[in-house]
Design a protein around this ligand. Structure first.
Ligand SMILES: Cc1cc2nc3c(=O)[nH]c(=O)nc-3n(C[C@H](O)[C@H](O)[C@H](O)COP(=O)(O)OP(=O)(O)OC[C@H]3O[C@@H](n4cnc5c(N)ncnc54)[C@H](O)[C@@H]3O)c2cc1C
Length: 336
């Protein structure tokens, strides 16, 4: 009989898959099973452009923990960016402009200004690249992670190391009482698993267009963004509709997004739309990375990353895995 600790991860989005991978990185002697009712293209993670640019409202339980999650995430992605497989994993460098006609503060970002290689005010010449009437602007360099590549790549590693991926909806933590430890990375699904009323969807709609000539990201007011990606596919956004559960494509939102993006790059109007996508961001303040004993089952929660779960998955995963290993050490006789 195996004496490896049995660990379940609920969630096949970027958070669950990253937690499973980080756990295997840190514990060789562990049996990991990822349960999810949706994998890869059916997850919210798959829709995200995946840019490393947190909103300034992104929050952990303290300012120090928030910053640590962001810094740890940045260095995790930087390490992968330096590997020969970076593009295969969907990780690439990107630079971009943020413009505003109205508010200087939206062009600043205290969470990453000291972290990314460049974050500076735009010149008067560069200000002309923004929508008409832009008064403020910043230029920055960062990276992005496309989950369409990162999820399958990482799932393969998890399975090669002996992990399992099981397509199944988990109805309660009690149903996983056979496991020594459970990570709850269910995204918005945690609302129902934990009866958590603080977890709220923020609806996001984007267009994916073919525009290989776009090499730089642009942000404008009213949640307008243009983010270039792999294979010439550019993400145009967006919407941020609080407490909306509507997963249907809205043609009015689509038209408004295109019009706002064309104010920045008029040639986008001729680009081919390859997909219209809608996703519900799992928003919670603070993001929940916390251990809890639920009906005798040891659970570490890791959910509620809102609009920033791709970029912050590693930092929160490192924290969650550390909490999980402490729980395992306190309860198993097996040497970990
Ligand atoms: C339009 C849009 C643009 C975005 N852009 C960015 C961006 O540029 N950068 C960034 O960092 N983030 C971005 N995000 C946010 C990002 O997509 C999310 O924060 C992230 O995907 C959350 O990951 P997750 O793994 O928690 O959730 P999900 O990807 O939703 O995964 C949740 C998983 O849990 C599973 N699950 C849920 N309940 C159960 C259950 N009971 N039993 C079994 N399985 C269950 C689901 O099947 C799924 O596999 C964007 C989001 C949207 C919608």
């Amino acid at each position: 009989m195996s004496n490896k600790p049995k660990v379940a991860v609920i969630g096949g989005g970027v958070v669950g898959i990253t937690v499973a991978k980080v756990l295997q990185d840190q514990l060789k002697n562990v049996d990991v099973t990822v349960f999810a009712d949706k994998f890869e293209q059916d997850t919210t993670s798959f829709i995200a452009a995946g840019i490393f640019r947190p909103g300034t409202s992104f929050k952990g339980p303290t300012a120090e923990i928030t910053k640590k999650w962001i810094d740890d995430s940045w260095y995790f992605w930087q390490d992968l960016l330096k590997t020969p497989e970076a593009l295969e994993m969907g990780i690439m460098e990107v630079s971009g402009y943020i413009f505003s006609q109205e508010n200087y503060h939206v062009t600043r970002n205290h969470l990453i200004e000291d972290l990314v290689p460049t974050y500076r005010p735009v010149t008067q010449e560069e200000l002309k690249l923004g929508p008409n009437g832009s008064k403020y602007g910043s230029f920055f360099t960062t990276l992005k992670v496309e989950c369409g590549h990162f999820l399958p790549f990482t799932e393969k590693i998890i399975v090669e190391r002996g992990g399992k991926l099981i397509n199944k909806k988990i109805e309660s933590f009690a149903s996983l009482s056979d496991f020594d430890l459970v990570f709850n990375c269910a995204g918005l699904g945690a609302k129902y698993l934990c009866n958590d009323h603080d977890l709220v969807p923020i609806r996001g709609q984007v267009l994916k267009v073919k525009a290989p000539w776009v090499k730089t990201a642009f942000y404008g007011d009213y949640d307008t963004y243009i983010i270039p990606g792999l294979n010439g596919i550019v993400t145009l956004g967006g919407t941020r509709q609080y407490d909306s559960y509507n997963l249907n494509y809205c043609k009015y939102d689509g038209a408004a997004i295109l019009e706002r993006c064309c104010e920045i790059l008029p040639d986008l109007k001729n680009s081919e739309v390859v997909a219209n996508k809608v996703g519900l961001r799992p928003h919670r303040i603070p993001v929940r990375v916390e251990a809890e004993l639920i009906n005798g089952v040891k659970v570490v929660h890791c959910y509620g990353h809102g609009g920033y779960g791709v970029m912050t998955a590693p930092g929160t995963a490192i924290d969650a895995v550390q909490k999980g290993i402490q729980l395992l050490r306190s309860s198993t006789k097996t040497k970990l």
